[in-house]
Design a protein around this ligand. Sequence first.
Ligand code: AHR
Length: 504
Amino acid sequence: MTTFTKLAAGETPLIEVDARKKLSKIDPMTYGGFTEHMGRCIYGGIYDPGNPLSDSKGFRKDVISALKDLDIPVIRYPGGNFVATYHWQEGIGPREDRPKRPELAWLGVESNQFGTDEFMQWLDVLSEGKEQRVEPYICLNFGTGTLDEALAWVEYCNGMRDTYWANLRRKNGHPEPYNVKYWALGNEVWGDWQVLQMTKEDYAKKAIQWAKALRLLDPSLCLILCGQDGQSSWDHYVLHECIGWVDMHSIHIYTASEDHMKNVTAPLSAERSIEITASLIDLARIEKKIAPTKPPVKICFDEWNVWDPERAPGDKGAEESYTLSDALAVAVWLNVFVRQSKYIGMANIAQSVNVISPLMTTKDGIIKQSIWWPLQLFSQFMRGWTIACHVSGGAYDGPTQPAWLQGTLGEGAPWLDVSATVDDKGYVSLAVVNTNEIDDFQVELKGVGKNVTVYKVSGEGVTSGNMDGKENVGLKEESWDGTGKFTFPKHSLTVLRWKAVYSG
Ligand code: AHR
């Protein structure tokens, strides 16, 4: 949580950090990814057989090596909208027997050459050298899929007994179960673009019946309910009905605007959504008399990012070309997750490669887009606990996107959007986004140590980007002795990091 006071023009801005005031634990799952059978995410992104840059399994080595730097804890798969007509059994077994199918979400053809086993193998490679593996998170087909198929998928992945689907996994070369813990009960089932869109009443009934059966098969599953944007009657209703059956509630929001200030303030609408969803969860618990000892349902923000589907349409691969403005918007998104860590059980940037992604592939290599840098800095440093923080400074109070956001901002959106953390080793990290396109801010910092390492992400202007193959938006590392005022340059993200020294 960060509090804010608006200062009169000319007064010195101030940021106070108190590393002793740990507010809530940041779930490592906050820095999750997402790979969907969409555009060039799987085919040509993570899986590119025949390319000299790929290994013997067809996995792009340059992609794996880059993604390792993001230290991703969990990856959602195989969609997204794609999953609504996906039959997972068609993507296992000998490749030559796998059928090609018309794909109805993005209107392509699914070759089924990459399926469940390949996804698990890819995660194994991505997990090499890590203390904890990258967890798989599978979304079930609530469109044309059946409960039988869903049960079979869980049995194929997790079965340890002498049963048909577990044996088929063994026959396909995988004797050990994959132990997939995270399963989503459908994706955006409320949307009119879905194959088999549902009403909230029908969805809630079906979600409960599926949850019951899935838990009978494997009581250790973490089941994720399909919410909307966290602020709708769908969210209200399905949470009320299903609260006793699920572990997390999924919400999706994409933000974007060509107007820089609208673009960088739009993620604050997601902050409001998180607060609203958290209240809906509390309300459902009260109404359904859930035992107070039962752990609260957490929010699974399993699709978030900057995306304008008109600018980068889904059926054309959604290849957004990101700017510095977008990188700052992503930094504000990540500040939101840190500030609201009390409620976040998982978050997944949509998506991890090529499709609305920080990482793009060409036949000859990779490009790290502008939004790569905030993601890497947050994943590397903004872990542990959210700590108390107060900002005094100026604020933007102009029009926002969505328009309703402006009416909720009170004193406006601080020019300096801030979050702070302390990790298990006592390192404090302070992330400051200066959203102002014109002004640098000289700021008095209280509670900051000596020997501060400074990481800065910026570029020449808010429209700078990296898709020309040059690193026009990049990361610079400096040091600061912690004395005097600190200048946060215009249109930049700065992460300050120091070892906490507590006195008294
Ligand atoms: O991430 C791209 C798409 O956006 C997903 O398939 C869908 O769930 C959302 O609408």
